[in-house]
Design a protein around this ligand. Sequence first.
Ligand SMILES: Nc1ncnc2c1ncn2[C@@H]1O[C@H](COP(=O)(O)OP(=O)(O)OP(=O)(O)O)[C@@H](O)[C@H]1O
Length: 279
Amino acid sequence: MLSAEEIDGFRDEGASPVTPPDGPVIDARGLELVFQTNDGPVHALNDVNLQISKGDFVSFIGPSGCGKTTLLRAIAALETPTDGQLMVNGMTPDAARRSRAYGYVFQAAGLYPWRTIAANVKLPLEIMGFDKAEQERRAADVLRLVDLEGFERKYPWQLSGGMQQRASIARALAFDADILLMDEPFGALDEIVRDHLNEQLLKLWERTEKTIAFVTHSIPEAVYLSTRIVVMSPRPGRITDVIDSPLPRERPLDIRDTPEFLAVAHRVREGLRAGHAYD
Ligand SMILES: Nc1ncnc2c1ncn2[C@@H]1O[C@H](COP(=O)(O)OP(=O)(O)OP(=O)(O)O)[C@@H](O)[C@H]1O
């Protein structure tokens, strides 16, 4: 379920989503993030430099604990960098959050079991004070976008895992932010369902022209989805490679068998290996 801080994000006062600037939608320069813990400092991000343009689909891939989620949470103003500069839509992450610059999709669908699918999708809109008619209209629109038309009155437990994750994507889309931050949204699903959702997500990205930042552990998923793949080293997370995908935007699933696809996957694997200490 959404945490108190995430729900607070919807409550922040703010205008409707703003038009992104001409420059990068997400701009990180020399970003550092150190957590202070009882066992001493944990250096999660080290000198992260990255510019993401409007309409990019960027995947972050790296070993467990390398700081992928931390980076996404910093973009969402849920963590505060200890050094460097981070701008989202040309403003500080806090200001971007208040202007509802992004929707956030978590690893677990996080739907409230006592609310119907439509009521879950409307939750942020309710908190933001949209009137009832607008809530209805938007919920219907986004549920159609994720192919859940007809499931409005169902409860989350009546839906499969993949459908629940689509509902959580619909909830993140409901207030029409330009940026979608997705933290391993399909990590817990079986491969066939994941393939199907990957295909659907690409179509949705085409239709909506959103900028997507997507965390994954899966090389094929990163290569299949992305226009850019950001490879990270083990903690402290540094960017070791940024790959601009040569693949066309239109991607049937069987593109994964082509030499071009396999070449990109190979480069990602090499990047992960280079950053990894095995001993
Ligand atoms: N709030 C926190 N306080 C202290 N340490 C934290 C906190 N959040 C994350 N960390 C630590 O920071 C490091 C990076 O964590 P993060 O969750 O960003 O990694 P990740 O790459 O997303 O991992 P995974 O792929 O396993 O989800 C880890 O060592 C983690 O234990």
